[in-house]
Design a protein around this ligand. Structure first.
Ligand code: FAD
Length: 509
């Protein structure tokens, strides 16, 4: 055996198919962590391009960046990024209504009862306030402010330009020795006996052999589905939207420190402010709205000059039955997609990449580890799915799509959560679950589900003590927000991107 060749079964050569955000996230993390142990190649086709969306994130992206030693200021300058403290849900419960789902902690509970029980009891006693009044990120969102210098510190994520982010990750990965190959994958060669993938054949008859393949080819799932026919679990019965039309517009004001999710008669619209432009898109159900209607509505509602032509993105909500099948691990859209509400897709990709690194099969594929990977992937996706279904289901809107969402049968896992909330205001965060108790609480209340009771412990406080407790939480938060600059002022000082960064079109299509 030649000295560079791995013994049979050993994994030495990793091939990443696809260079969208998922491909480059995987490339960056694997090259950073395993540059001395693996040969890693990424194949992408500029001619095919990427999906061109995916610009709003959740806070764990910061942990990932620390893990791969990405400097925050350099990153934000490179991706024309802004800060995200929350999501503003507009017209969801009913037209005219608005609530904020913040990333930070709300109030202060005890070990026996979360804060919202005390807050619910204060409302019962006639003390007026909103739950968000006790959350730094909500107050800062309402005031369009941002700072990293407050005490307590804010919990935050980013808005980023998807094309620039892929470029930034590519530079990191190539610095660690990753090899990028430009080309179109035209065929996939399989081992005659195991059926595992052996090689990718590119245009021009080039062949790339590998031991482990990472499928990041987007919705096509070139390896995981078109080759291995792994199967897909469809979630359209719970999540009605199946298309989006996206556009980029000029900014007409300073960036707000939150993503806007604005419900409409047949779906919702996103508004993601970057330093140099706004990413917008209309998510809709093709049963209730046509592409032409959606495009016309989007261009009417964005109230800003488009910077490029809108483009339609069809999608199918659900998950690949096995994210990891044989020697193919699917990541990103190839592994499934829930829908963009709550901006979880990049997070799920990052989480899967970290899991792959933790379970990496250097000595050969292990069915037990593959099962473990798939079980956690499934649980993570189902958790996010349930949280998103909640937004659709709990509504008081009149239009046919919303009425159907109200009437639909829910997954049992969500049914249990709603029952626990309705009966006792009980919410929980299971191990490895993304959404915290505060997230459930803000969205449940924001969508108008009022619990019948809350924890009796909250009744034990005297009025005076409860008033004092609430004031002691609220006042420092208000003071912290008063000291924050506007998000624009903070960006100008901390991470202003040079205009040359966005000189070229941002997404390859
Ligand atoms: C409407 C919409 C809005 C979204 N919003 C958000 C959001 O706000 N936040 C979030 O976290 N996520 C969001 N997502 C998800 C997010 O866009 C994706 O998770 C992310 O962009 C990763 O995509 P990807 O890399 O898996 O696929 P793609 O971007 O589609 O990349 C696929 C890659 O595979 C390559 N490829 C495909 N076929 C071949 C071939 N034959 N040969 C060679 N190369 C090939 C392509 O060239 C490309 O490089 C959104 C998704 C949609 C549909």
């Amino acid at each position: 055996m030649d000295e560079h060749q791995a013994p049979p079964g050993r994994i030495r050569k990793v091939v990443i198919a696809g260079g969208g955000t998922a491909g480059w996230l995987a490339a960056c993390a694997l090259a950073h962590q395993f540059r001395d142990r693996l040969d890693i190649t990424l194949v992408e086709s500029e001619q095919i391009g990427t999906v061109g969306v995916g610009e709003s994130t959740v806070p764990p992206i910061r942990t990932f960046h620390r893990f791969v030693q990405i400097d925050e200021q350099a990153f934000l300058r490179a991706v024309s990024g802004t800060f995200k403290l929350s999501i503003s849900f507009e017209h969801w419960r009913r037209p005219g209504d608005r609530y904020i789902h913040p990333f930070g902690a709300t109030g202060q509970g005890t070990w026996a009862a979360a804060f919202h029980h005390f807050w619910l009891d204060s409302r019962r006693r006639g003390m007026p306030s909103e739950l968000g009044d006790f959350c730094l990120e909500t107050l800062a969102s309402r005031a369009d402010r941002f700072s990293l210098d407050t005490d307590p510190q804010v919990n935050y994520a980013y808005h980023l330009d998807a094309g620039l982010y892929a470029k930034f990750l590519r530079a990191q990965a190539e610095r660690h020795g990753l090899v990028r190959v430009e080309g179109r994958i035209e065929a996939v060669v399989r081992h005659a006996t195991s059926g595992h993938v052996a090689a990718l054949v590119l245009d021009g008859d080039r062949r790339i052999d590998g031991d482990l393949f990472i499928d990041c080819t987007g919705f096509r799932g070139l390896l995981i589905e078109q080759t291995l026919q792994t199967g897909y679990e469809d979630w359209n019965q719970w999540l009605p939207c199946d298309r989006a039309v996206a556009v980029q517009t000029e900014s007409v004001g300073p960036p707000v420190p939150y993503t806007r999710a604005i419900a409409h008669e047949a779906g919702w619209r996103w508004h993601i402010p970057l330093q140099h432009r706004v990413g917008c898109g209309l998510v809709f159900s093709s049963r209730y709205m046509s592409d032409d209607q959606a495009q016309a509505k989007l261009l009417r509602d964005v109230c800003a000059r488009p910077l490029r032509d809108p483009w339609v993105v069809p999608f199918r909500t659900g998950r690949r039955r096995q994210a990891w099948n044989g020697n193919v691990v699917s990541l990103g859209l190839a592994s499934g997609f829930i829908e963009p509400l709550e901006s979880t897709s990049l997070h799920l990709t990052i989480s899967a990449v970290v899991r792959l690194i933790q379970l990496f099969p250097f000595d050969g594929l292990s069915p037990a580890l593959v099962d473990q990977f798939n079980a956690v992937s499934r649980a993570e996706m189902e958790h996010v799915r349930d949280f998103i279904i909640l937004h659709y289901h709990a509504n008081q809107r009149d239009e046919p799509m919303w009425a159907a969402c109200r009437d639909m049968a829910l997954p049992p896992s969500l049914e249990v959560r709603l029952q626990a909330w309705r009966e006792r205001a009980h919410a929980w965060q299971g191990a490895d679950e993304l959404f915290r108790v505060d997230s459930w609480t803000h969205v449940l209340l924001g969508q108008g589900i009022v619990p019948r009771q809350h924890h009796p412990l909250a009744r034990a406080l005297r009025d005076e003590d409860l008033r004092h407790l609430l004031r002691a939480i609220r006042e420092p938060v208000e003071r912290a927000v008063e000291q924050m600059p506007s998000q624009q002022a903070f960006i100008d000082r901390y991470c202003k991107a040079d205009a040359a960064v966005w000189g070229a079109p941002s997404a390859v299509r």
